[in-house]
Design a protein around this ligand. Structure first.
Ligand SMILES: [Zn+2]
Ligand SMILES: [Zn+2]
Length: 155
């Protein structure tokens, strides 16, 4: 859940983006934005679509997809392609921003961790002729549970 101030900011960001793109500010787009803001940390197109349907908000999957694309382009939402899993999305607005992802290659579980020291280091980097917007760090490995299961399997 996000606070009302962040929600209002997200609405303003989408409004500004639609204006620059000369696209219509349809109620549908804002309903999808609101639902996306209420979703848990990582969600898929399908889970967002199902949540809208559960609210009796009837909208096509294609519309959810194209609206999510707009939300990504306007930096409200970020898309992740964790290896071996369907694309998932998460809010890119505060306070959920700036975390790293630890992905278990065995069970596919994604854990979020905060590493402010690493983030500060990355944000202090300067690259010639390029202005980084954000950094996405994925660490692939084995989670504790899978490691334990592996040890048990061994003779
Ligand atoms: Zn695992
Ligand atoms: Zn995340």
């Amino acid at each position: 859940m996000i606070d009302e101030k962040s929600r209002a900011a997200a609405h303003a960001t989408l409004t500004a983006y639609l204006n620059t793109q000369k696209m219509r500010r349809t109620p549908e787009r804002f309903a999808i934005l609101d639902k996306a803001l209420d979703m848990p940390d990582h969600f898929t197109i399908d889970s967002l679509w199902e949540a809208l349907t559960a609210d009796n908000y009837l909208v096509s999957r294609a519309t959810v997809y194209s609206t999510l694309k707009l939300l990504c382009e306007s930096c409200i939402v970020r898309r992740h392609n964790f290896e071996g899993r369907v694309s998932c999305y998460e809010k890119a607005i505060t306070p959920t921003v700036n975390h790293q992802h630890l992905i278990c290659t065995e069970c596919g579980k994604v854990r979020e961790v905060r590493d402010p020291e690493l983030m500060r280091l990355l944000e202090s980097r300067r690259y010639s002729t390029f202005h980084p917007g954000y950094f996405a760090i994925y660490a692939y490995g084995i989670c504790n549970r899978c490691a334990k299961r592996r040890r048990k399997k061994l003779p």
